[in-house]
Design a protein around this ligand. Structure first.
Ligand code: PBG
Length: 329
């Protein structure tokens, strides 16, 4: 009998050598926590996302204090407006007294050292639930939407946001927003573009959380978000956004698109982020609630996988839990 001379299991035998050859690590520095901010008082749970609540600005400040204490670097704010205030053009999206600008101002006044990021898209604010302005046939108008996104971006910048993150997938919006920021003197406002954003069915629970699901109805976002079948196209999208002035790029959703993260990181070497979206979170929550998965072990494994794929950080609804778990060791 001939034995193997090379035994990879040697290095796996003890904890010390497993630690020694560990290639990737997930830390609290990698986390961005998405939060939903509503016009109502207190908190209201999102049924399809157990553990996630829509927050009033007062409650947001409590969460922000905890995030700071736990070392989570950035909160990403999503607005949940009063449904009666929605219009076809989504104009409350660029109201300086809208929910998001008020939330930004409250956060930056109380916790200036906490990173604040916001989403640029019209879907929570429109009666049709699309991310942009539509024509009579329902087609999403590119250049008219960009004008709206520029207004929304400038209002957020004026309120003091640190990172803008356009999530709409219009052509040319990064360049237009960057130019408007420079012209207005906001030279340090960072942009994380949703560069490779797919038309994914995994966004379902998010659309319930911001209240756009009912408005969107049977509509879809296939004419602007990317086809899940493509990855060369993702590289072209990322290349454009970098050329137009994005500081960071994002791939979304996360776990089903690890190959795209790896390709983007290898091709461009820019700060690259992944979004573990609402549906990914809901799957882990549902299976754990049934006792089918070990929640903490699976969530940490999924998040580490983003690091292994080349992501510099992850937007995750697990951010606060992970920060607590990592602290416990
Ligand atoms: C809005 C937006 C969406 C998400 C982030 N920004 C939904 C969509 O594009 O329909 C999804 C986030 C998630 O599912 O967690 N443009």
């Amino acid at each position: 009998m001939s034995y193997p001379l090379i035994r990879p299991r040697r290095m796996r035998r003890d904890e010390f050598s497993r630690r020694l050859m560990r290639e990737n690590v997930l830390t609290t520095n990698d986390l961005i926590y998405p939060v939903f901010v509503h016009e109502e008082k207190g908190r209201s749970p999102v049924p399809s996302m157990p553990g996630v609540e829509r927050l009033s600005i007062d409650e947001l400040l409590r969460v922000a204090e905890e995030a700071l204490e736990l070392g989570v670097p950035v909160l990403d704010l999503f607005g949940v407006p009063d449904p009666a205030a929605k219009t076809a053009d989504g104009r409350i999206a660029w109201d300086p007294d809208g929910i998001i600008p008020r939330a930004i101002r409250a956060l930056k006044a109380r916790f200036p050292e906490l990173g604040v990021m916001t989403d640029q898209a019209l879907d929570p604010y429109t009666t049709h639930g699309q991310d942009g302005l539509i024509d009579e046939s329902g087609y999403i108008l590119n250049d008219e939407t960009i004008e709206a996104l520029v207004k929304q971006s400038l209002v957020h910048a004026e309120a003091g946001v640190d990172i803008l993150s356009p999530s709409d997938m219009m052509d040319g919006r990064i360049g237009a927003i960057r130019e408007a920021l420079e012209d207005a003197g906001f030279i340090n406002t960072r942009i994380m573009s949703y560069a490779a954003k797919y038309a994914s069915a995994f966004y379902g629970p998010f659309r319930s959380a911001v209240g756009s699901a009912g408005n969107l109805g049977k509509g879809n976002k296939f004419t602007y978000q990317m086809d899940p079948a493509n990855s060369d196209e993702a590289l072209r999208e990322v290349e454009l956004d970098i050329a137009e002035g994005a500081d960071m790029v994002m791939v979304k959703p996360g776990l089903p698109y690890l190959d795209v993260i790896r390709r983007v990181k290898d091709a461009f070497g820019v700060p690259t982020f992944a979004y573990q979206v609402s549906g990914e979170y809901a799957m882990l929550k549902a299976a754990s609630a049934n006792g089918w998965l070990d929640e903490k072990a699976c969530a940490l494994e999924a998040l580490l996988a983003f690091k292994r794929a080349g992501a510099d950080g992850v937007l995750t609804y697990y951010a606060m839990d992970v920060a607590r778990w990592l602290r416990q060791g």
